[in-house]
Design a binder for this molecule. Structure first.
Ligand code: 5GP
Ligand code: ZN
Length: 119
């Protein structure tokens, strides 16, 4: 269920402090420690799932709830006119923390383009 060495599992358990914005039985949300937008939240399933590539049917409820809750949390934090949800996965996706998390990004002004077009 949880990985004793995972930093996001430790945040869920309260062993590492975080600025929590939401919690229910399956999901925990908190401010990213190095925000890249005026609103930058992280939403994680409480259960340890390393990446989206390892997500199973049993994780559908928690992952679905993250998508459904994201807009409300974004608006609550001031991003009330749209936001971006990003899930980096694995090496190619440049995932750094191996516990599935969705970045909720926004603010008052439009964000930069999703990825620069190289051609
Ligand atoms: P990734 O690159 O894996 O998609 O994103 C990992 C995110 O976790 C980064 O945006 C990073 O700033 C954030 N992060 C890493 N360690 C901590 C921490 O201990 N606390 C919080 N609140 N965020 C963290
Ligand atoms: Zn974990």
């Amino acid at each position: 269920m949880q990985d004793p060495n995972c930093i996001f599992c430790k945040i869920v358990r309260g062993e590492i402090p975080s600025r929590k914005v939401y919690e229910d039985d399956a999901v925990f949300a908190f401010h990213d420690i190095h925000p890249v937008a005026p609103v930058h939240l992280l939403m994680v399933p409480k259960e340890h799932v390393a990446s989206l590539s390892e997500a199973q049917e049993a994780h559908t409820q928690a992952l679905g709830r993250i998508m459904v809750r994201a807009a409300r949390l974004a608006a609550q934090e001031g991003a009330d006119d749209g936001f971006r949800l990003i899930v980096n996965s694995g090496r190619v996706g440049r995932q750094e923390v191996m516990h599935v998390h969705a970045h909720v990004l926004g603010g008052k002004e439009p964000l930069g383009t999703m990825l620069p077009r190289s051609r």
